[in-house]
Write a protein that binds this ligand. Structure first.
Ligand code: MHO
Length: 223
């Protein structure tokens, strides 16, 4: 709690300790089905600073969940290139969606949305190699990122938000910082079952949160 000048108290916006978000982050954007799962999967990875889910890959001017137009559900990942490479992220991408079966809806298509030539060439090269090795053609698209519209707040960190008790309390504690917090990204992944147990324990031990909330989080992230 923070004491304000008039003597009342208000919840302090938590700092994102123990993480130190690097200055020079890089961005990767992937569509791989319903975006709730990838948000959690990538958020649990060491080296990921932020995740956001949203709509991209189409032309509709202001997409929303109920008016998506030709966009797909995507996750946008901000990561520390000193800890993770784009290839590391692509590996997670290829191995966690069905890249050789067309999605039943454009909303859920597999797509790499590259933000520069290097990402574009790397993804295309990997897709060709994957298809050659498997002996079947790839249906996942590799395109340029033209724009990204963040999804509605209730879709962000969905796994954590929908975890009874802890979701609401963390959202209140973090306030506007909830979606972009590294801690919240990790916890969102951990409650969904992603991440190594040593990393989970380390984070929970380092968090300065109310004891009952921490106890409940410990129960929720247990294997
Ligand atoms: N199968 C999910 C899809 C939601 S996702 C944000 C559902 O419960 O409707 O497209």
């Amino acid at each position: 709690m923070t004491r304000t000048s008039d003597g009342t108290t208000e919840p302090a916006l938590l700092e994102d300790a123990p993480f130190d978000v690097p200055d020079g982050t890089a961005t990767a954007t992937f569509g791989m089905g319903c975006f709730w799962g990838p948000d959690a999967r990538f958020g649990a990875l060491e080296g990921v600073a932020r995740t956001r889910v949203g709509y991209a890959g189409g032309t509709e001017p202001d997409p929303t969940y109920f008016s998506l137009g030709d966009h797909a559900e995507v996750v946008q990942i901000e990561y520390d290139p000193a800890e993770l490479s784009y290839e590391d992220l692509l590996e997670v991408f290829w191995t966690n969606h069905d890249w050789s079966t067309p999605a039943h809806k454009r909303q859920y298509r597999g797509v790499v949305l590259a933000c520069d030539d290097e990402q574009y060439e790397t993804a295309r090269r990997e897709r060709t190699a994957l298809a050659d090795r498997a002996g079947r053609s790839a249906t996942t698209d590799v395109e340029r990122l033209e724009g990204f519209t963040p999804a509605e707040p209730y879709h962000q960190k969905y796994e954590l938000r929908s975890t009874p008790a802890v979701g609401d309390e963390l959202e209140t504690l973090y306030g506007d910082g909830f979606v972009d917090s590294t801690v919240v990204a990790r916890l969102n992944g951990f409650v969904a079952g992603y991440g190594e147990s040593t990393r989970r324990d380390e984070l929970l031990a380092a968090l300065d949160l109310p004891a009952p909330l921490l106890d409940e989080l410990r129960r929720r992230v247990r294997d």
